[in-house]
Design a protein around this ligand. Structure first.
Ligand code: AMP
Ligand code: ZN
Length: 451
């Protein structure tokens, strides 16, 4: 399998750390609001990746985190905690909104057939571990303490920013970013934020530096290491995580443990609405539930995402959704005419190899949609071969191709079909043809099975 590694900026062959096993970590939702279809584009890409790995025979341990603390409104460690802000907006406790939006995330994921992760881990369940890694970094001289918290000193890291190929010096000069008072460098980031004096936060914990809460980039390092060990195979997220969140995960993990955090880093491009990134903080977002409420099959959104490669920008519109639903329905219609039965191993294996080549070339889903049509039209394959192949490919695509209901055929139609079969057996061709024409008049096409 070849995957595009953001770290090396090229497609690389996947060599698992442990034979036949893959450790996969994906940054999950910050649960202060509903996850939108932009977020779900990234989760869908991660689901397709996981299913493709499984199709290749790997046992995948898929970890997703729930950010329920520490994510500030500005990536430069200033601004409010998104969770506390959400709780104020809704006049509820932070814990209540975390639970509510976690559940809505799970419900929407289910609607578009995203497989449940092996573990869904919460940042607030790993506070002690986060304190421990900060202590370790402090002992090794990578941190400094200022009024508002403990910061990681990125000037101590020679190759800081290697994930996005930054030139540190370039960033420092001329950049105008609002910084916490006392912060030494623009790229330095908070490991532990202290609760300001005379304030009470809903979420705060005691630490060696005082009451406060962990910085956002520490949680993923700690949870990934605890669930998958270090290094693990693949770390994923959306492209907005490359420059700050994942860069800072790498910096602190390597500083603390002198090892790679993950061998592969995969990132999904944005889903845009009217040329702008769909974003929770700017509003105007669309949910999976909204798609359903507008009368669409939510899986048509899955089909729509499959049509754009995960590393290309995707522009969402309701017209595009309509086209996707038409495409999915026409696929369902063709599959309705297929049936299970005896298959040709030789012929189906050939098509399975072709499918594998497409998926193993950095998840070539748009090409796969075209390939499905080619297989359905393939005159060499019987309807049983096609049926078998479609269900096999659907292990990766997740379009519920195994759940398509056959049309209910009336007794009258069944009788004509049976008669036609009898005429064909008796070589009464004229009568068989008359029955076929009658069926056609009633709206049924006859396809004679070859299996
Ligand atoms: P968040 O809940 O904001 O932490 O984001 C959860 C995941 O969705 C992260 O992997 C983000 O990179 C990703 N994401 C956020 N906005 C978009 C978007 N418009 N298109 C694709 N992925 C996104
Ligand atoms: Zn993360």
């Amino acid at each position: 399998m070849k995957l595009y590694n953001t770290l090396s900026r090229k497609k690389e062959k996947l060599i698992p750390i442990k034979k036949n096993k893959i450790g996969l970590y994906a940054c999950g939702p910050t649960v202060y609001g509903y996850a939108h279809i932009g977020n779900f584009r990234t989760y869908l890409f991660e689901d397709i990746l996981r299913r493709s790995l499984e199709y290749n025979g790997y046992k995948v341990k898929h970890i997703v985190n729930i950010t329920d603390v520490g994510h500030l409104t500005s990536d430069a460690d200033t601004g409010e905690d998104k969770m506390e802000k959400g709780a104020k907006r809704e006049k509820k406790s932070v814990w209540d909104i975390a639970e509510y939006y976690t559940n809505s995330f799970k419900e929407d994921a289910l609607k578009i057939n995203i497989k449940k992760p092996s573990s869904l881990v919460k940042a607030t369940d790993y506070i002690d571990e986060q304190i421990k890694i900060i202590l370790k970094l402090e002992k090794k001289g990578f941190t400094y303490l200022i009024d508002d918290g403990v910061y990681f000193d990125t000037s101590k890291i020679e190759d800081y920013g290697k994930l996005w190929g930054s030139k540190k010096t370039k960033l420092r000069a001329g950049a105008r970013v609002k910084m916490s008072k006392g912060k030494k460098g623009i790229t330095d980031f908070a490991l532990w934020k202290l609760t300001p004096p005379n304030t009470k936060r809903q979420m705060e914990w005691d630490s060696p530096w005082g009451r406060g809460f962990p910085g956002w980039h520490t949680e993923c390092v700690v949870m990934a290491k605890s669930k998958l060990g270090m290094p693990f195979d693949i770390h994923c997220g959306g492209i907005d995580h490359i420059q700050v969140h994942h860069t800072n995960e790498i910096a602190q993990a390597e500083a603390a443990y002198n090892k790679n955090l993950s061998n592969f880093w995969l990132h999904c491009e944005f889903l845009n609405l009217k040329d702008k990134k769909m974003s929770k903080s700017t509003g105007g977002t669309i949910r999976v539930k909204t798609i359903e409420e507008k009368g669409f099959n939510p899986l048509a959104f899955r089909y729509l995402c499959l049509g754009t490669h995960y590393r290309s920008k995707m522009s969402f519109s309701w017209e595009a959704m309509e086209c996707a639903e038409n495409g999915l329905n026409s696929l369902y219609k063709e599959i309705k005419n297929l049936k299970g039965g005896k298959i040709s191993k030789q012929k189906t294996n050939k098509r399975k190899r072709e499918f594998l080549n497409l998926i193993n070339d950095d998840l070539g889903t748009p090409k796969i949609l075209a390939f499905l049509r080619k297989v359905l039209k393939d005159r060499e394959l019987s309807i049983c071969d096609k049926h078998y192949l479609m269900l096999d490919f659907d292990k990766v695509l997740g379009l519920n191709l195994d759940k398509i209901k056959k049309d209910v055929v009336s007794e009258e139609i069944k009788e004509i079909i049976e008669k036609r079969e009898k005429y064909r057996k008796n070589r009464e061709w004229a009568k068989a043809d008359k029955a076929r024409k009658k069926l056609e008049k009633l709206g049924y096409n006859t396809i004679d099975s070859r299996c």
